[in-house]
Design a protein around this ligand. Structure first.
Ligand code: PLP
Length: 255
């Protein structure tokens, strides 16, 4: 019988198929893992923006996690939009006795079009209770500034680390330098740095795709640096072949 590593995903549903749980499922499957998808919120959105979002009842999420984990081994966990602070608390409680499972946190706060995907209580819950137990968090430039301060990338990452976050992957995908620089900040060791070719433009769901691909690598047993390296290669290819879906940002072709 065949087996694949299992990645538990907690993300929102984007009906345009660009971001959220569909992005996660596609990336994780393409990299050879089996996704275990738990939907945290429903959204009203097209390729331009998010217009409404509604969290799933936190107790329903708790039941799904308990039911699933009694049956299926979990090799990594990836989170995206989490819907509510109550869902963060359910997740934190769920992983309490599972500290050996790598937890990749994409701290989704806003859609690229500006639509809100997290209220203040959810942002605080992520910062205070989820980040300290993550393997790595993967904020984009806007999220990094909101979470760690606007001064510069390094000081924002250091602020988050000082608040208990074990590792921060900062991504330069939303900047305008000729090359994209991604950096892994960890306390007590020099930053790891990757330079990638910039193709230009913005791609809907690229952050979700990167974090999900890192989780797949970790589920396969790669160390964090190697999982990031594999994920970046995968995302670059997906962006190279990006799909036009609607009037907004193109969508990475995740295969
Ligand atoms: N998750 C959901 C449900 C979303 O709707 C969005 C963006 O609209 C995201 C995550 C983040 O998308 P991106 O990977 O483009 O940052």
């Amino acid at each position: 019988m065949n087996q694949r590593p299992h990645v538990l995903i907690l993300s929102g549903l984007d009906p345009s198929g660009g971001a959220g749980i569909q992005a996660d499922i596609q990336a994780i499957t393409a990299l050879g893992c089996h996704p275990l998808p738990v939907i945290t919120c429903l959204t009203v959105q097209d390729t331009l923006n998010v217009y409404n979002a509604e969290a799933i009842n936190a107790d329903m999420i708790r039941q799904q996690l308990e039911c699933l984990s009694a049956d299926v081994p979990i090799h990594a966990i990836k989170t995206g939009a989490l819907g509510s602070a109550a869902i963060v608390d359910v997740l934190v409680q769920f992983v309490e006795d599972k500290q050996d499972i790598p937890l990749i946190v994409d701290p989704v706060i806003k859609a690229a079009g500006g639509g809100e995907l997290a209220d203040e209580a959810l942002v605080s819950a992520m910062k205070e209770r989820l980040f300290p137990i993550a393997d790595v968090i993967t904020p984009n430039g806007v999220e990094l500034a909101q979470l760690g301060g606007i001064e510069n990338e390094r000081s924002a990452a250091e602020t988050l680390i000082a608040q208990g976050c074990p590792a921060v992957l900062t991504t330069g995908g939303h900047g305008d330098e000729p090359q994209i620089t991604n950096r892994l900040h960890r306390p007590g060791s020099p930053d790891a740095e990757w330079k990638l070719e910039r193709r230009g433009g913005e791609y809907h769901g690229s952050g979700c795709t990167l974090a999900a691909a890192i989780a797949a690598g970790r589920a396969q047993g790669l160390d964090l640096d190697s999982a990031i390296e594999q994920a970046q290669g995968y995302v670059s290819k997906a962006i190279e072949h990006a799909l036009t879906v609607g009037r907004g940002q193109p969508v990475p072709d995740r295969g």
